[in-house]
Unconditional design. Structure first.
Length: 367
């Protein structure tokens, strides 16, 4: 029997509502499958500020470093708009990511069959789509120095950001990419702008070298602008796309929208492997949705699909992850939908009704 330790951080807004449904799913797995969960619940973001006076308490961070994986809801909301910048809810999440050195951000773009008609692209282009964007998260132009807005001696003003990557930062991201491709469909697109950027030339050189260690994986290099075009022209050509922080930010949002609602999008952020385990944070892509918080309208599936990623990548429980994803497909196929994905003419269900339907689907499929 496997034992997995989990830290749950519901956060703010709809976070507690979606994590409540996830807790029921976790309980179902503990009761029906070969796994036990050692669960700790704590606050992050605005909820932590209200309780501890800081968006990430030292004790919470310590727990985060000790567990096998973390699943969070979302942070932020208008209640904390006037709080000092370093104490704002988002600062807690950024510190958590930095402290755990979560450099690899995984954003799947999977088109759930029942939602294929909801995509902005033709159904045949996205039906069956299953791609994974791997974005470098802790370096590149968002962090590079020097940066700023300055005045030149001749009085002209200018702004600058610096795109800088160490070899080791590119290398470790690509190793994660090739590993993921080897567990998926064996194809990796390394995406940069080697035609116009030195960091692109460097990235391509390293990808070629690291790729030689993975002879079973097909490596293709692609310019980021072409990748953006290909994502909307023929997205099914991709398996894993590995790219830097800036291009990954843009391409992952573009790919996400191929698949429908924000309420359906999971993500994972992984850190370095130490003694065989990786720090890992799983979270829905959406925010705290203050406009619907407390109304029972939130779609919990992005968070539940994030947990499926946790089963797959942190606990190596592939069959359980498949089961959970199949349960999501069953519920959607039965036209049980929250308001954000509701089918025409079918009354939407509440957050907890969606949770109940999912539990029932798990029991039905687990024969
Ligand atoms: P949002 O993702 O919270 O909401 C955007 C829209 O999508 C809203 O209309 C919302 O009702 C809807 N929506 C989002 N998630 C949904 C779900 N699960 N089910 C149904 N509908 C859903 O983005 P926003 O409004 O720009 O930001 C709100 C707050 O969330 C801000 O404070 C922002 O800083 C924060 N935020 C946090 C994270 C995070 O915790 N990682 C990410 C993004 C935004």
């Amino acid at each position: 029997m496997k034992n997995a330790s989990l830290l749950l951080l519901p956060g703010d807004g709809i976070g507690p509502e979606v994590i409540a449904e996830l807790s029921r799913v976790i309980e179902w797995f503990a009761q029906h499958r070969e796994v036990t969960f050692d669960i700790t619940l704590d606050d992050l973001g605005g909820a932590a500020y209200d309780r501890y006076g800081t968006p990430l308490a030292d004790d919470t961070l310590q727990k985060a470093k000790e567990v096998d994986a973390i699943v969070m809801g979302s942070v932020g909301g208008p209640k904390w708009d006037d709080v000092a910048r370093h104490l704002r809810p988002e600062a807690g999440l950024l510190t958590l990511r930095k402290e755990l050195d979560l450099f690899a951000n995984l954003r799947p773009a999977t088109c759930r069959p029942a939602l294929a008609s909801a995509s902005s692209l033709h159904e045949e282009l996205v039906s069956g789509l299953d791609i994974l964007i791997l974005r470098e998260l802790t370096a590149g132009v968002y962090f590079g120095e020097p940066r700023g807005i300055e005045e030149m001696p001749d009085g002209r003003r200018r702004a600058l950001d610096t795109q800088v990557y160490f070899e080791s930062e590119i290398e470790r991201l690509l190793h994660v990419g090739f590993d993921l491709a080897s567990k998926r469909n064996g194809k990796l697109h390394s995406v940069e702008k080697a035609n116009v950027m030195e960091t692109g030339v460097f990235w391509r050189e390293i990808a070629t070298r690291v790729g030689k260690e993975y002879p079973a994986i097909t490596l293709e290099h692609m310019y980021a602008d072409n990748c953006a075009m290909q994502l909307v022209r023929a997205p099914k050509q991709f398996d894993v796309i590995a790219t830097d922080n800036l291009f990954g930010d843009i391409l992952s949002d573009c790919a996400a929208m191929l698949t429908g609602s924000l309420g359906m999008l999971p993500s994972a952020s992984l850190g370095a492997e130490i003694n065989g385990t990786r720090a890992a944070l799983y979270e829905p892509v959406h925010g705290s949705a203050p406009d619907i918080a407390g109304q029972g309208k939130a779609n919990p599936l992005a968070t539940i699909l994030s947990f499926a990623m946790c089963l797959r990548y942190s606990f190596d429980m592939q069959a359980d992850a498949d089961l959970l994803e199949s349960a999501v497909d069953k519920v959607l196929g039965d036209n049980i939908r929250t308001i954000d994905i509701a089918a025409k003419g079918v009354a939407p269900v509440s957050t907890s009704e969606m949770g109940t339907a999912l539990i029932n689907a798990l029991s039905t499929l687990d024969t």
